[in-house]
Design a binder for this molecule. Structure first.
Ligand code: GUN
Length: 297
């Protein structure tokens, strides 16, 4: 079997072109130009880079975007007021609050305050619950991007053994729900593994598809992966490197160089899941502008 590298960057660009046409068509016919807002609190370099990317991607597809930046020491109540303002602002179709938030701010409290009809990140319990029940909802961007990749690359999931590494609310838990749902990309038998899993290697070795989302650089090694497996690497880890000018490089949760030769498909880092996350957010925002799932507040 030959190895196929899943080119998330190319696929994301293709979907952006499709979205651009959809926006033009929508606006020509009198629709409101989609408008995404992003809230960034603090100066975490990774979060800044992600948010910049989201704003740039909005421009590429013809969306309006608004970036709201605040100091790391802002009060929780002030952030709640910002959220309330965005909920009530008819100009804004959807918005995100970039995570993680500073420690003195209760993330769950903020996420609950977001109007679920504008929650294009799919983090609000209404969207999460609807997702779990198989109802239409905003899907969280990274899991949604993974489903799109599997779909567009015609990777069969039905009846397959999937092992998900990591149980976060943003990736591990939702992707395990989505892949086990009765759906076109779904019908898999999913094992959700985490720090208390015994015989993790045994689980991984039996997997047809591995979704690695634990945030440990190069955690998945060659000997943990079955010949011909599909590898989806969600990790974006910054490690020091003597080979680059900046002195660091990005690596995934998978030891790509040694694992890839044994796989049928693998996502690279960077250029795999990352660009698909951004494009999923844009797709959700398009749906918000069109009121595909919910009517506007
Ligand atoms: N932090 C890491 N991933 C995400 C994401 O998809 N959305 C937001 N808002 N914050 C994140």
């Amino acid at each position: 079997m030959t190895l196929q590298i899943i080119d998330g960057k190319a696929l994301a660009n293709q979907i952006k072109e499709e979205l651009k046409l959809e926006v033009e068509h929508w606006v020509e016919n009198g629709g409101k130009r989609p408008h995404l807002a992003a809230v960034l609190v603090g100066d975490d370099p990774a979060s800044q880079a992600y948010v910049r990317n989201k704003v740039k991607s909005c421009e590429q597809v013809g969306f309006q975007s608004t970036l709201l930046k605040y100091e790391a020491d802002m009060a929780e109540d002030d952030l709640l007021d910002i959220v309330k303002g965005l909920n009530e602002n008819p100009e804004i179709d959807g918005y995100i609050v970039q995570l993680p938030l500073p420690k003195h701010i209760d993330e769950n409290k903020i996420l609950l305050a977001i109007d679920y009809r504008k929650d294009v990140d799919g983090f609000h319990p209404v969207n999460f619950g609807r997702m779990a029940q198989g109802l239409d909802s905003y899907l969280p961007a990274t899991p949604m991007g993974i489903l799109t990749m599997l779909d567009r690359y015609n990777i069969e999931t039905s009846g397959k053994d999937v092992v998900v590494l990591g149980r976060s609310n943003i990736v591990g838990t939702p992707i395990s729900i989505l892949l086990s749902r009765k759906a076109k990309v779904g019908n898999a038998t999913v094992t959700l593994t985490h720090s208390r899993t015994s015989d993790l290697e045994g689980h991984l070795k039996r997997a047809d598809i591995i979704v690695a989302a634990i945030g440990i650089p190069l955690f998945v090694k060659k000997e943990m992966v079955k010949q011909g497996a599909v590898i989806i690497d969600v990790g974006i880890n910054r490690v020091t490197s003597p080979d680059t000018k900046s002195g660091y490089k990005l690596v995934g949760d998978v030891d790509y160089d040694h694992v890839a030769p044994n796989c049928s498909h693998i996502t690279p880092v960077p250029g795999g899941v990352g660009p698909m996350t951004v494009v999923s957010l844009l797709q959700n925002t398009m749906k918000a502008a069109k009121e595909t799932i919910y009517n506007k507040p």
